[in-house]
Design a protein around this ligand. Structure first.
Ligand code: 5GP
Ligand code: SF4
Ligand code: MG
Length: 454
């Protein structure tokens, strides 16, 4: 998912900024989108299914003035893809209005939900995010910010949040910092966003990343303060898959350029799995930057062997297998003249179920390539993610089901090569102990049991 928030000391059409910010974050979720603001003490929102421009009428967003607003684009990791689960979620409870937008996945939400339901809570959605609102409402003797801090100390897993209260805009990042979250400024307006590319679109300068375990509060006058979720400092456990696939290449996460990291992944791939080839191509668009790195390192030229229909969204997002397969067919077309008679290296960022890879390899082969070498710019994905990326269970993961040779055969490639976890860590350039690689090596954050201590 993607989150965005804007605060201005003046009444302004800040929803317009949020709309633009969500536009830049569209790659982080295409299922639904929404904006929320507070008007006369009541939390209001506009939400809808699909892409930002389908979900939110721009004219309405532009016509509303407010001090602050938040927004969300959704990609479901838990909970159904329905309007009820679209975010931001809002409540108007004893202590006033709250709107919340969440990127990540709360790993102990089932336990908290059961606990609160036994005490009379009625959940409106099947989204894990709603537990935060209920935990707040459960502490209605406290001021909203204190109730929020209390809630954040009880939840586990991954959360990068923006929260709107009557007189405050808040950004919070879980103690591991799984998902990115940045803060920016344009004039007196403060912005929070999942990625820096969303600051660029509103002309804001990056101030800094929200730190793991940090809660940044913007008060009514635009003053900033910083709180901590936990007392002991956290090293962080940033999601490496953000660099592999999820984030946009023009974003910078915790000081690291996604573009540079992705290009490095391609370079490491060329070193670890060289192939004699006439040309290197990227699987559009997710493999393009790594393919550039592969090409630079190997000396084989980069060519557009496959052309993508740019009006088709990311195929993976579609919920059913049937739609997913049709999605690949309408999305990609081989560039026959570039391919015929050539030995080709095709680079993609990752293999999940293997659908994309098989399809593209057979497309390239049927367009006359003499050899197709598939290269993957990340280690084999063998384990599910519990922190906000929708990787399926191990039984569905191609690399968990087959060994390398068998997978290569299944996909129909002449050869298949991956980088390893060491390469991944080095390519990103982040200390190993501060980087989550659990979907590749099964090393989950040990503290993160699905328990509950309320
Ligand atoms: P597959 O076809 O193997 O199931 O999926 C692999 C393709 O989906 C790759 O081209 C990659 O770009 C993309 N992909 C990998 N992981 C994810 C993910 O977590 N979410 C989405 N939306 N796409 C993914
Ligand atoms: Fe990212 Fe993989 Fe860790 Fe999930 S398990 S947070 S996708 S690195
Ligand atoms: Mg892809």
């Amino acid at each position: 998912c993607g989150v965005f928030g804007a605060f201005s000391p003046k009444m302004e059409p800040v929803l317009e900024d949020v709309y633009l910010g969500l536009f830049a974050l569209q790659h982080r979720g295409q299922e639904s989108a929404g904006v929320s603001w507070i008007e006369n003490g009541i939390a209001r929102s506009i939400k809808g299914m699909g892409l930002v421009h389908n979900a939110i009428p721009q004219g309405i967003a532009s016509s509303i003035t407010a001090h602050a607003a938040i927004g969300h684009v959704r990609y479901s990791t838990c909970g159904d893809s329905i309007l009820q689960n679209a975010q931001p979620l809002t409540i108007n409870y004893a202590k006033g209005a709250v709107a919340i937008a969440h990127n990540g996945n709360i790993t102990n939400s089932d336990g908290i939900m059961k606990y609160l339901e036994n005490r009379g809570a009625i959940f409106q959605s099947t989204s894990d995010t709603e537990v935060i609102l209920h935990l707040m409402a459960h502490q209605s003797h406290k001021m909203p910010l204190d109730a929020l801090m209390d809630a954040l100390r009880r939840i586990k897993g991954a959360f990068s949040l923006v929260v709107l209260l009557k007189d405050k805009l808040i950004a919070a990042r879980d103690p591991w910092g799984f998902r990115p979250l940045v803060m920016g400024r344009r004039g007196e307006t403060i912005y929070f966003a999942s990625e820096t590319c969303a600051l660029d679109i509103v002309g804001a300068q990056l101030i800094r990343d929200i730190e793991p375990g940090e809660v940044v509060v913007v008060d009514q006058s635009g003053g900033l303060s910083s709180l901590r979720i936990q007392t002991k400092p956290s090293k962080g456990f940033l999601c490496s898959f953000e660099f592999v696939y999820f984030a946009r290449p023009d974003s910078v996460i915790d000081g690291i350029s996604v573009y540079q990291a992705r290009k490095n992944l391609g370079r490491f791939l060329a070193k670890r799995c060289p192939a004699k080839a006439h040309l290197v191509a990227g699987m559009p668009d997710s493999g393009t930057v790594a393919a550039l790195g592969y090409s630079e390192e190997s000396g084989s030229p980069f060519e557009m062997a496959i052309v993508r229909n740019r009006y088709v969204g990311r195929t993976f997002i579609q919920p059913t297998q049937r739609v997913r397969e049709a999605g690949v067919r309408v999305k990609l077309n081989p560039n026959r003249l570039a391919i015929q008679g050539k030995e080709i290296v095709i680079v993609d960022d990752s293999i999940v179920r293997g659908t994309t890879a098989s399809r593209v390899v057979s497309l390239i082969r049927s367009s006359g390539a003499s050899k197709v070498h598939l290269r993957i710019a990340s280690p084999p994905v063998r384990f599910p993610c519990y922190y906000g990326i929708d990787t399926p269970s191990s039984e569905e993961l191609a690399a968990a089901r087959f060994d390398l040779d068998e997978l290569s055969r299944q996909i129909g490639a002449d050869s298949l090569g991956y980088i390893d976890v060491k390469d991944l860590v080095q390519a990103i350039g982040f200390p190993e102990e501060r980087l989550c690689t659990a979907c590749f090596d099964g090393r989950y954050m040990e503290d993160d049991v699905n328990g509950i201590d309320l």
